[in-house]
Design a protein. Sequence first.
Length: 190
Amino acid sequence: MSELTDVELIARVQRGEPAALEALYDRYAPWMLGLAARLVGQREAAEDILQEAFFQVWQRAETFNPARGAFPAWLITIVRSRSIDHLRRRSTRPADDAFTHEAWADLPDPNFDVLTIVSQQERRLWIQGALACLPEDQRQVVELSFFGGLTRREIAARLCLPEGTIHTRARLALQKLRSLLEPGFLIEVN
C-alpha cells in the first residue's frame, strides 16, 4: 500500500481498511512523534499522543476533506490538538509547590494581548508541524536558509553539495510547505 497516495489511503481508511491506516502510520508516525515530543517535551507522552491521533484518524476518517487541505496538514492539526489537550490536563494538576512565591513571578503580564500571543503560538506550532513533514534534506536547507540566515551558495559550501541541488531542495521544500500551510494558515500583514 505504500505506493498509494495519501488521498487513496485515507479513502481506504474511510472504508474501514486497517492496512491503509498502517500505511499512513508508517509514512507519518516518525514526523508526528517528533512534533508531539517538541510540543509536550516528553517522549512517553508524545507516544501516547501519536496513538491517540491515529486512533482519531481511524474513527473520524470521514471528516477528512482533500479539498480543504492535504492529509499531513489535517494530521498535524490532530497531533497539535492532542498535544494541547495533554498540556492542559497536565497544567490542571498543579504540583505541591505550585503556589510558591516563584510561581507567582512566572505569571504573564496582564497587560499582554492574550489573543495576539495565542495567535503567534498557533502559527509557530503550525509551521513547526509543517517543517516536521519535510524530508530531512529539504528541512535542513530551509532551516539553514531561514533560521541560519545562509545564502544558497553558503549552504552548498557547508553541505558540500552543488548549488543546483540546494536550489532544488529549497524549491521542493517551499512547494510542500505551501501546500501544508495554505489550508489554515493566515499571515497578518501590518
